[in-house]
Write a protein that binds this ligand. Sequence first.
Ligand code: ZN
Length: 481
Amino acid sequence: MRLPNGEIAESSRVQSAPMKRLVIALAVMAAGASAAGQPGRRSIAIVVYGGTVITQNGAHQILNPGSVAIDGTDVIEVGAADAIAAKYQAREAVDARGQIVLPGLINTHTHAPMVMYRGLADDLALMDWLQKYIFPAEAKTVSPEMVRIGTRLAALEMIESGTTTFADMYYFEEEIARAAFAAGLRGVLGETIIQFPVADAKTPAESLARAERFIREFKDNGLIVPAVAPHALYTNDRATLTASAELGRKYGVPVLIHFAETEDEVRTAREQYQMTPAAALASIGFWGPKTVAAHGVWVTDEDIAILKRYNVGIAHNPESNMKLASGAAPVMKYLAAAVNVGLGTDGAASNNDLDMFEAMRQAAFLAKLANKDPTAVSARTALDLATVGGARVLAMEPLIGSLEAGKRADVIVVSMREARQTPMYDPTSHLVYTTRGDDVRTTIVNGKILMKDRQVRTLDRAAVLADANRLAAKVRDAVKQ
Ligand SMILES: [Zn+2]
């Protein structure tokens, strides 16, 4: 008896009949290419089979049991498990039974190498924290080697916790790009432009020249999207901001900026420009459709209208905003105004990890608290922000953010077998409210398995940790002096 199409339902309840059929189908699949009686099955690279597949497509379709067929860099079909098993012969199978399969998470704002400053100094006012610890540590330790070692550590953490795409702003961004590419991660990576001398440039002009070289080097890369990252309104003058935006436009690449993060930033903008940060940036022609504004905490209704007008994406960083007591971004207002919002962890020095599951949970909790409304940012909304929302913010929705034929195969498999996750009535609720990055079993990016059953294939885990610990001794010395 064929299963009716009704098996593709928004239900997570384990259906025993489909599971039995699936086991039979898998037994046939396991018999390999020589399987008799399976003529015409197409040979493809990977099938992720038998999980609860949360597609994050426009209809929020969930398939249980479902499978994802992958070949080359793309998802070629998402469907009922038995239908996929009958159609495709996979060279590598990923068993997702009893687990959740979903699009890889998208971190729209971080500074990957800052994992090296994780826990270096906590519980301080922003200026003390920056001036006594972070800036001195950066002045003495940021180097191509530090960026390389830090990015490998960040990549390991991201792969192990289900992040498949990250947007980054830092120095020596070409090192970040090389390390991310080697680890197999997708990145929207912006070379930082800042007014004062930093490790990789003495002047903004030098930074801009660096950024242009970086863009030229990586603009046709299948995993890396190069970008320009003017640090913020208050750390750059008008000419540098304008030049950064022009560079982005010249190459059609994203422009990443810290925006309206603190009340102080708004005060500074009012002094310098007699305007809010959003209006000031509009007045100098900065905003464009590929601008990603991180934070956006302190905005007026008029500011939100400006951001919508220019189709600016917001990278919301609830954990960093809470830890540094910056405030609560008006996520519900952004969503009501149809402004694109994604989630970010920010750098690990202000979080202190890169776990996007925690970012989802905290985004939901913070919105409920700030709005005094438990219905604000539901589990489904939080999951949308971390997947399709992030894809829209990064102008990559045609490629990533959902599991659909023709999109890139960025897929994660998450275990639901812990005591903490039992029982499961609603998989979306579980992903947001009980799941941790550690529960991710398998991570696939661009059709390549980066981690399977917790075994990372693209990085030497022991070497990455040893290098980071060795470098940490230098960081410790740098803040002591
Ligand atoms: Zn940041």
